[in-house]
Design a protein around this ligand. Structure first.
Ligand code: AMP
Length: 281
């Protein structure tokens, strides 16, 4: 497995591979890898010849400086996992490689109304930061395909809007959410959960599963009310939102006849903010 710190070195490696017609996949991550990330690598291997995984904790997408500071960075462990998974190359640039002048360089594109809903409401500017770095990664790799997780449902939508904005010919794959045996969605942030937080965090999965299991038994309003009630009285858990939304617009679903509905949730568990979702239809 090759390791690249600079865009130039990565481009030099990819040039002959592209010239010989190899399909290149990019799997962007912020590291602290788990089996969810590895599932993206595996799906990439089924659809491409050369897999590049990027590991970069992008400062411009963090709204809380403390969250950025405490983001886990177990690089040796990550490299071992990628090597084991058969990843071909890892791009792990320093901040100055991606933001040579100043990390606050200007970036603003129109991502549509959905930018400001859900995560966008709680993490102002988050998707500008996300699309800014993903565009830089796309420019560095120029992949044929790129893998993203359904775990960050809104992020996939924002990336697709960014691709449309720049008219980039990259195919986006949305990979299913990988969960722990008890249903908790895998996340790099789970490492911050205390033993009791870890138990309380199961409420996200349970409330989503309730909506899925009972979708035909209640109205949309009742389903959301009942799902929110799961959070009442759970110690150290604070619900940010629970919504059944239109999966294309992320606006609250107004009728069960709407296609492509998704239930999305975000909650603080102890000091850790978790998100999760389940596609309904
Ligand atoms: P991150 O390192 O958290 O930025 O995540 C990198 C990629 O892995 C994103 O596309 C995420 O949506 C995806 N991802 C994160 N957690 C999971 C999971 N539990 N299952 C599948 N994909 C995931």
């Amino acid at each position: 497995m090759e390791i690249f710190k600079t865009k130039d070195a990565l481009k030099a490696y990819l040039k002959p591979l592209k010239a010989s017609g190899k399909i290149i996949a990019l799997v962007p991550t912020m590291g602290a890898l788990h089996n969810g990330h590895i599932s993206l690598i595996k799906l990439a291997q089924e659809n491409a010849d050369i897999i590049i995984c990027s590991i970069f904790v992008n400062p411009t997408q963090f709204t809380d400086p403390k969250d950025l500071e405490k983001y886990p960075r177990p690089i040796e462990h990550d490299l071992a996992m990628l090597e084991n998974a058969g990843c071909n190359g890892v791009f792990m640039p320093d901040v100055t490689e991606m933001y040579p002048s100043d990390k606050t360089e200007h970036w603003h594109i129109d991502l549509g109304r959905a930018e400001f809903l859900l995560e966008g409401e709680f993490r102002k500017g988050h998707y500008q930061g996300v699309t800014q770095i993903v565009k830089k990664l796309f420019d560095a790799v120029e992949p044929n395909i790129a893998m993203f997780g359904q775990k960050d449902f809104q992020q996939v939508l924002m990336i697709k809007n960014m691709l449309t904005h720049f008219n980039l010919p990259i195919k986006i794959f949305t990979c299913p959410i990988i969960r722990e045996d008890d249903g908790l969605a895998m996340s790099s942030r789970n490492i911050h959960l205390s033993a009791s937080d870890r138990t309380h965090a199961l409420v996200l999965n349970k409330s989503l599963q309730f909506v899925l299991d009972n979708y035909n038994n209640y109205s949309l309003t009742e389903l959301q009310e009942k799902a929110k009630n799961f959070y009442n009285g759970i110690k150290d858990v604070e619900l940010d939102y629970f919504v059944i939304a239109n999966g294309d617009t992320l606006e609250p679903a107004t009728s069960k006849n709407e296609k492509n509905q998704v239930a999305l949730v975000a909650a603080k568990v102890g000091t850790t903010r978790l998100i999760d979702n389940m596609i309904i239809n």
